[in-house]
Ligand binder design. Structure first.
Ligand SMILES: O=C(O)CCC(=O)C(=O)O
Length: 259
């Protein structure tokens, strides 16, 4: 039985985010890490010819089209075939993560938005940096949810993860910057004047944050690839109009409406 993490639950309620240490089993992390490293080798090969040859991602091209596959690869997002793999779902189903979330949500029913996101942030690739945002704007199909961010490598001064801004309020933030220069992501929030925190992490740690938490990607200037996952979970009280995994049914549902 995992211990109850009252301190972390309270931090999350107060700040909108929390760093939970040493909660994911190494064996689950390693399985996903070697899967992603292997796929990345094929991405590198495809990048050499500017993504002309997408034969390795045939399934994804059929599903979402060539242009979208290339856009995702350029922004450091693994395509759907990778994100839907059984190793990724096994990591998302980790007992301690699930019991932490059930404690946070005060629920006994948990759902996962499909598919979990898996990212590869190459050193110096600024196209993969998500500008300051609150997650609710990207995920309007879910009434409420929590994000779990899982690094597969060391996150530090050079290999950055996520920067959190001190906001803590449960409401949309009003100050947007012009997003015309950044077509990949929603308009960035103007965070000038907000205090922030960059968190150093070791594999096994996670970050959990709510849908109004303001955060952005930190750059990677290390000599290694930043591999990470971001998963979105919601409770039995919530609704979603997109595909989700029901842990109690052990099945993917096309959506979830309230009874
Ligand atoms: O992993 C990242 O760089 C950004 C993740 C993020 O912004 C999110 O999960 O909402």
């Amino acid at each position: 039985m995992g211990h109850s993490r009252y301190f972390e639950v309270n931090e999350l309620r107060k700040n909108g985010y929390v760093h939970v240490r040493n909660i994911v089993p190494e064996v689950l992390l390693n399985a996903v890490k070697s899967l992603l490293e292997n796929v990345y080798k094929n991405i590198q090969v495809s990048a050499q010819d500017n993504f002309q040859d997408l034969s390795f991602f045939r399934e994804d091209v059929e599903k979402i089209g060539e242009q979208e596959v290339v856009r995702r690869l350029k922004t450091g997002q693994f395509p759907p075939s990778v994100r839907s793999s059984k190793d990724v779902l096994a990591l998302a189903s980790s007992d301690d993560i699930m019991s932490f979330l059930l404690q946070v949500m005060q629920s006994d029913e948990l759902y996962l938005h499909m598919y979990p996101m898996c990212r590869f942030i190459e050193s110096g690739n600024m196209d993969s940096a998500v500008p300051a945002h609150q997650d609710f704007l990207y995920n309007q199909h879910m009434s409420d949810f929590y994000v779990v961010w899982i690094p597969l490598v060391e996150i530090n001064d050079t290999c950055g993860g996520v920067r959190f801004f001190r906001y803590g309020k449960k409401e949309p933030y009003q100050y947007y910057l012009d997003g015309s220069e950044n077509k990949e992501w929603e308009s960035p929030l103007n965070t000038s004047g907000l205090e922030y925190e960059d968190i150093y992490m070791t594999p096994g740690d996670i970050l959990v944050f709510d849908k109004y938490c303001i955060h952005e990607s930190k750059p990677n200037s290390s000599d290694y690839l930043r591999l990470s996952l971001d998963l979105r979970y919601f409770s039995g009280r919530d609704v979603s109009s997109k595909h989700c995994f029901s842990f109690s049914d052990n099945a993917v549902l096309e959506g979830k409406l309230n009874v």
